[in-house]
Design a protein around this ligand. Structure first.
Ligand SMILES: Cc1ncc(COP(=O)(O)O)c(C=O)c1O
Length: 462
């Protein structure tokens, strides 16, 4: 049945009924889990309407839900699984490691091996490991404040740096609260954020160097540093305009402040991360997600002068699970044996194929949409023009994206993360056939998206 025959709401209804009939066990589990767990999920990002799918197992590029449905996975653990699911080399190494102890309470002998691998690959003088991206960004801004003796951190509207108070500001702010586009308000992304914290977070528009300069000038006496996703990947996939990153570098140099690249996502999108991609060197880098092949490991690294401040009793950095043997082993195996330069070049080639097919399908079907892609990831945004910042992203058509996502799921493809703010990721275990199937499925779905026009607001779902 065509879209016009079915009408706007009925096509969404039809796909929702299809989803419900395929995922009855997920529905049952959701109702059960809701009793003990708010919204039935342990991370708000995992919730989707009308209820989330629950998974059982995954292998290579595939994942299975509790109803036995098989999906080709292009979410890949929100970008953490560039190695693909259960890579055999990683599985073997982790099985061996578990037998020899998973947590020693001593520093693990291989931690320094991984530190050296990462220092060289990501151009760092020194490095400290922790477990989640959130902890690592929290530490990075602490180090910047300690190094400068100042408090205020500039962050960008629409960027996400984990669920910590200081940076959980203007992540997905609604327009009516956001104020002037070039001088945005600091909008808390969660109830419970202390107002004092908000005072020290300056919100700037991405890709607008002049606006950043003005904001920094206004706060220069207490300006400690700038943190950013060099490619914002929590409002789709936004490339920095030429000169933007270099301009931020110059501002930090001028005010003797600390430039922090949050590379939690980008460190797994290019062999040497965003620094290698753009040739701009920050003072600190935060890394996570893909570095340990799906095991929890994060890191902050950078200039010796800043990192050397970490001294017991002076600048704090601690964690029970920091550099645990499982995560360190996973990091060493992933970075040295799986995520090699050659592997990146193969995956990037597949990514280019997927992105150019998406662009062609968008054009063939006259969809008002943009495809942005680089490295091993990309995004489809239903927007009339390329997206440069949060305000542009906010104007994109969330209703159409939600239908696209649902239709792809119903046809066995998880096309990206769980919202239009997320992107697709291709892993080293995806094959050309996987990409071809993704393309064929989008070809089938695209004509039905054209007429669909139900506006939905972007919800603050953190
Ligand atoms: C850019 C960025 N920084 C930090 C984080 C937080 O990482 P984690 O979820 O491991 O705390 C995320 C998570 O998606 C992220 O995308």
């Amino acid at each position: 049945m065509s879209n016009t025959e079915m009408g706007n709401n009925s096509i969404m209804d039809y796909e929702l009924r299809k989803y419900e009939s395929r995922t009855r066990k997920s529905f049952e589990l959701f109702n059960q889990a809701k009793e003990s767990t708010p919204f039935g999920v342990h991370s708000n990002y995992r919730y989707i309407d009308p209820y989330p799918m629950y998974g059982t197992r995954a292998k290579r590029s595939r994942i299975w839900d509790v109803d036995g449905n098989e999906y080709l996975d292009f979410n890949m653990g929100f970008g953490a699984l560039l190695v693909g699911h259960s890579h055999p080399v990683l599985v073997e190494a982790i099985e061996d490691r578990v037998r020899d102890g998973s947590l020693l309470g001593l520093e693990f002998e291989d931690s320094d091996k991984l530190a050296r691998v990462m220092k060289e690959r990501f151009q760092l003088d020194m490095i400290r490991f922790s477990t989640t991206g959130m902890e690592a960004t929290m530490h990075a801004i602490r180090f910047a404040r300690a190094a400068t003796g100042r408090n205020k951190i500039v962050k960008f509207e629409g960027c996400y740096h984990g669920s910590q108070d200081h940076l959980l500001v203007s992540v997905k702010p609604q327009l009516d609260k956001s104020g002037d586009a070039r001088h945005p308000n600091a909008v808390p992304a969660s109830k419970g954020t202390p107002t004092d914290t908000l005072r020290n977070t300056i919100v700037a528009p991405f890709n607008d160097l002049e606006a950043v300069e003005t904001l920094v000038r206004e706060n220069q006496n207490d300006f400690a540093g700038i943190i950013l996703e060099p490619i914002p990947m929590n409002m789709g996939f936004i490339m920095p305009e030429s000169g933007f990153l270099q301009g931020l570098r110059s501002i930090c140099d001028e005010y003797n402040a600390v430039l922090i690249f949050d590379e939690v996502k980008t460190c797994g999108k290019y062999y040497g991360g965003a620094t290698e991609r753009f040739g701009v060197e920050p003072d600190l880098k935060v890394m996570g997600k893909a570095i340990a092949g799906g095991f929890p490991l994060s890191a902050v690294g950078g200039r010796r002068k800043i990192m050397e401040q970490i001294v017991p009793g002076i600048v704090a950095h601690a964690g029970t699970f920091n550099s645990n043997p499982i995560s360190i082993t996973a990091g060493l195996v992933s970075l040295t044996k799986i995520l090699t330069r050659d592997a990146f070049s193969g995956v990037s080639k597949l990514n280019r194929k997927l992105a150019s097919a998406y662009s062609q399908i968008v054009e063939d079907n006259h969809l008002e949409a943009n495809v942005c892609s680089d490295g091993v990831s990309g995004v489809l945004s239903f927007s009339s023009k390329p997206i440069l910042n949060w305000r542009d992203f906010q104007k994109s058509d969330v209703g159409k994206w939600s239908l696209y996502y649902l239709m792809m799921l119903n046809r066995g493809i998880i096309p990206a993360g769980t919202g239009p703010d997320e992107q697709w990721t291709i892993s080293v275990q995806h094959t050309e056939e996987d990409v071809d199937r993704h393309i064929e499925t989008f070809k089938e779905v695209a004509p039905m998206l054209k007429e669909f026009d139900v506006q939905m607001p972007i919800v603050e779902a953190i």
